[in-house]
Ligand binder design. Structure first.
Ligand code: C5P
Length: 303
């Protein structure tokens, strides 16, 4: 019955993530790396609009001018369509994605689209599945997808898919600088393996980061930001090191590579501070985006 009813489109918003702490251990037998990470969702987002159709699945993708859509597949290999293939039983869907999150940027843009598709499907068909069900569907699609559902600030363990919200009393001002050309996450992990063949099995603990988060003091947080993928990312793209130095010279408390990069993020002490860093970096870099964190995980914005 449901398949014959034209359903009203529904739009879900899902945010970009950054990693405030990314401890990476020695590669596991399944090819993934054990992580101890702290994710934060920030105010750059993709919107995914879903409607039911009697035809097969279709996908259109639009993006902000700086988003390079050439690397976003529009066939069944798109992660949003993969998510729908996992959960929908024979019903066709029209999917329209509007992207603000840089592609292959280390900000979980694909994961955000997968999370948005899972939630949109659940709500469009009024399934109202328990969170645990959506989270396990998400984990099958990718390591960062469960966090894209949860949002806020959360610790991630396992390969990143075991997510637990953490105390965060701050409202943090960030400046984001995407790169014109993306980096492949597996390439950056492989380069980490080359640089650190003797990496410990247990990744660097996120505890110091969690303690700083609870103080809500940007200067404290800046001191403990940590990313084990920064070194391999900069080794592959030396210009990221120059960008980080420049942002810190413009007044950021700390600059760092976001996840596997190449996007870099700069923690600032205040709104005014972030505007100064924004203005300083904009003199040289074409795309500079102020952002605030934490923000909500995937949620319905239009139904
Ligand atoms: O889980 P996801 O599909 O996002 O991972 C993409 C790739 O990133 C994996 O195939 C793997 O090469 C690498 N990865 C990893 N360790 C993790 C997460 C991702 O090596 N914890």
């Amino acid at each position: 019955m449901r398949a014959q009813r034209a359903s009203k489109p529904l739009t879900v918003r899902a945010a970009a993530k950054i990693n405030l702490h990314l401890g990476v251990g020695r590669v596991r037998e399944d090819g993934f790396h054990p992580l101890d990470t702290v994710y934060q969702a920030i105010s750059l987002h993709d919107d995914l609009t879903l409607s039911e159709t009697p035809e097969g699945d279709s996908l259109t993708v639009l993006g902000s001018p700086y988003v390079d859509l050439r690397d976003v597949p529009t066939d069944a290999s798109n992660i949003a369509l993969k998510a729908l293939a996992e959960v929908s039983c024979g019903v066709g869907h029209d999917v329209a994605i509007s992207k603000q999150i840089p592609v292959a940027g280390g900000m979980a843009g694909g994961s955000a689209d997968a999370a948005a598709a899972l939630l949109a499907h659940d709500r469009l068909h009024d399934l109202r599945q328990p969170d645990e069900v959506l989270l396990s569907q998400a984990a099958r699609l990718g390591s960062d997808v469960p966090f894209s559902l949860v949002g806020g600030t959360a610790r991630g363990r396992g390969r990143g898919e075991v997510v637990e919200p953490v105390e965060d009393h701050g409202g943090w001002w960030w400046v984001v600088v995407p790169a014109a050309v993306g980096l492949s996450t597996p390439d950056v992990y492989r380069h980490f393996d080359r640089l650190h063949p003797d990496a410990p099995e247990t990744p660097a603990s996120a505890e110091p980061l969690l303690a700083a988060l609870a103080t809500a003091e940007p200067v404290r947080l800046a001191r403990v930001l940590h990313n084990d993928l920064q070194e391999p990312a900069i080794d592959l793209r030396p210009e990221l090191g120059t960008l980080i130095e420049r942002g810190e010279a413009e007044g950021a408390l700390r600059g760092m590579v976001s996840g596997s990069g190449p996007t870099c993020v700069f923690l600032c002490d205040s709104h005014e501070g972030s505007m100064a860093v924004f203005a300083g970096l904009s003199a040289t870099y074409d795309v500079v985006l102020p952002a605030l964190g934490p923000v909500a995980g995937a949620h319905v914005v239009v139904s």
